[in-house]
Ligand binder design. Structure first.
Ligand code: SAM
Length: 264
């Protein structure tokens, strides 16, 4: 049985260390860690290995470890699932197998244990912000009909959903949630301001964005954005963000108004 988790990105440290390397080692030891329990470790890092999250992974700002559920399976064929008690369609991930993999994972990562599940609390920007302040997180990707309930109860595992739809497995949800979290870690985005004004950062959707050419298919960029007047541009962007939020997301708009009314 190979129970060595696969890690992605920089993690190994050379035996002889110079002062600069030692700083590097401390940084890596403290790197935010995502541990992912999955039947498909080859699906990682997937899109997380690209662009800014991929660069941050290589630089050791965060680290990713996959734990292959199959390694903890039963018997010659490493079975991980069985038919649902009481009958019905599909298969259920076995509690003994899940218990072994979870015990293994709990010893490796101090972060919270989360089961990706359409029944869970809906993931949002605030949850990404909260996760980014922790040492890391361990995500369990379900497959088939999901986990035996006793595992969830025994380990008091939080269930988190990507949205109100059903995926085939938790891997895509894991990558989406990790992407949203990792980009909030210090040093991942080039421009720290870029998270300050984007959608969901302060309860509003983002204003429209434009770039060159100044005219495209007869459509100009709004004059104010070409005026060079920073105060007017900021006011216009705020107004557009508020209009968009009011039109598209009345739920966000009333929460925002509840927070800001009386403040100005
Ligand atoms: C086919 S789904 C199981 C759905 C489950 N039988 C139900 O009805 O709630 C298989 C796995 O995909 C993952 N999954 C599916 N939809 C998800 C969502 N919206 N958010 C997070 N994970 C999801 C979960 O890990 C789940 O165990």
């Amino acid at each position: 049985m190979t129970q060595t988790p696969r890690s992605h990105g920089r993690k190994s440290i050379a035996a002889s260390l110079k002062p600069r390397d030692l700083m590097e080692e401390t940084r890596l030891a403290r790197a935010w860690t995502a541990q992912v329990i999955t039947l498909f470790p080859q699906a990682f890092p997937g899109v997380l290995g690209e662009s800014l999250t991929g660069k941050a992974l290589k630089e050791g700002i965060w680290q990713l470890e996959t734990v292959d559920l199959r390694d903890f399976g039963e018997g010659k064929h490493r079975n991980v699932d069985d038919t649902p008690a009481g009958g019905g369609a599909g298969m259920v991930l076995r509690p003994d197998v899940m218990g072994r993999v979870i015990d293994h994972a709990l010893g490796r990562n101090p972060g919270p244990l989360v089961y990706l599940s359409p029944r869970g609390r809906r993931f949002d920007q605030q949850m990404a912000r909260d996760w980014a302040t922790l040492p890391g997180v361990t995500l369990i990707c379900g497959r088939f009909e999901g986990l035996d309930q006793r595992v969830l109860d025994h380990y008091r595992i939080a269930e988190v959903s990507l949205g109100d739809f059903v995926l085939t497995g938790g891997e895509i949800a894991a990558q989406a949630m990790l992407d949203a979290t990792v980009r909030l870690l210090p040093g991942v985005l080039g421009n720290a301001d870029s998270t300050a004004e984007e959608s969901h950062s302060d309860g509003l959707l983002e204003h429209p964005q434009y770039t060159r050419p100044a005219e495209w298919k007869g459509l100009p960029i709004p004059d104010v954005l070409m005026s060079g007047h920073h105060g007017e541009i900021a006011k216009w962007r705020r107004r557009m963000a508020e209009d968009l939020t009011r039109q598209r997301r009345p739920d966000l708009w009333s929460a925002y108004k509840g927070r800001t009314d009386g403040k100005s």
